[in-house]
Design a protein around this ligand. Structure first.
Ligand SMILES: [Zn+2]
Ligand SMILES: [Zn+2]
Length: 277
């Protein structure tokens, strides 16, 4: 039995085009996933100096102003919840969970709290997508283009404890290896062990706060990070494909689940539960 996919984006996320919640449910059902959580982006960070990726959807490039600023539009909570309700009716055999992926929640506490209080979200993911750069805020790709690669990774991991300390209301830390997606090819393969102390420090604060660690399968996950999580006292694991299209739902889950099981975690009592040490 595959684990629940706790991190999926649909048409209700501002960066997701076209996205299709219904088709994502159909895909989850076909794969035999017990549950899927639609964790749409909830962002209040304004990006600066944005260079649109060549494959960026029009929905995103349309948001970038001439001076390279990107202010994410608000999440349509009512429209989103109505769509979830339709999917629950159409796919009674699938547990459909609500959720949000909150970017840099510790920098926007009041705005995030207002949305979380108003909606009804089963899963809240805490994420770090940007770091300060030249007076603005940018994703790691822009940092790697301008700064020593190792420094970017250390800054990213050093911000995690501040996120955890600054915002208590989230369940799982998403993609702690986010920087590895942007790691410059010229620097060779990304090796987590080169940042072992920094990873362990970040993982320890997440575990001490009682949060779960997400194993994100957008890229092949690193087993050593899961091992360090266990050694840091981490007890709960969630799985997330971070899919931005129906075809990505549950991607890489069989391998990831086998890897996590080898490292001493097992499914909860119900198939849609998180995994535990
Ligand atoms: Zn994310
Ligand atoms: Zn995501």
């Amino acid at each position: 039995m595959l684990p629940a996919d706790g991190h999926v984006h649909t048409e209700w996320s501002w960066d997701c085009e076209p996205g299709d919640m219904e088709a994502s449910c159909a895909r989850a059902t076909t794969m035999g996933l017990p549950a899927v959580a639609f964790t749409e982006h909830l962002d209040f960070t304004v990006w600066t100096g944005v260079e649109p990726a060549p494959d960026a959807p029009a929905k995103v490039t349309d948001l970038i102003t001439e001076d390279g600023t990107l202010a994410p539009p608000p999440l349509d909570v009512d429209g989103y919840l109505a769509c979830v309700q339709r999917c629950r009716e159409k796919f009674p055999g699938l547990v459909v969970l609500t959720g949000v992926e909150v970017g840099e929640p510790h920098w926007h506490r009041d705005q995030v709290a207002a949305v979380l209080d108003a909606g009804q979200f089963d899963r809240v993911l805490g994420s770090l997508h940007t770091l300060p750069l030249g007076g603005g805020l940018n994703e790691p790709g822009e940092h790697f283009a301008r700064r020593p690669a190792a420094e970017v990774v250390r800054d990213y991991l050093a911000e995690i404890p501040r996120l955890v300390a600054g915002f208590p209301d989230f369940e799982a830390l998403a993609h702690i290896d986010f920087v590895s997606r942007y790691w410059p090819a010229a620097a060779g393969p990304f090796v987590p062990a080169a940042f072992e102390a920094e990873f362990r420090c970040a993982l320890t604060t997440v575990a001490a706060a009682g949060r779960a660690l997400e194993v994100n399968t957008n890229r092949r996950p690193f087993p050593e990070i899961v091992r360090w999580w266990r050694e840091a006292g981490g007890e709960v694991i969630t799985f997330g494909s971070d899919a931005h299209s129906p075809g990505g739902v549950g991607g890489g889950f069989a391998d990831a689940a086998a890897m996590v099981e080898t490292l001493g975690f097992h499914p909860g009592r119900h198939p849609y539960d998180r995994w535990y040490a």
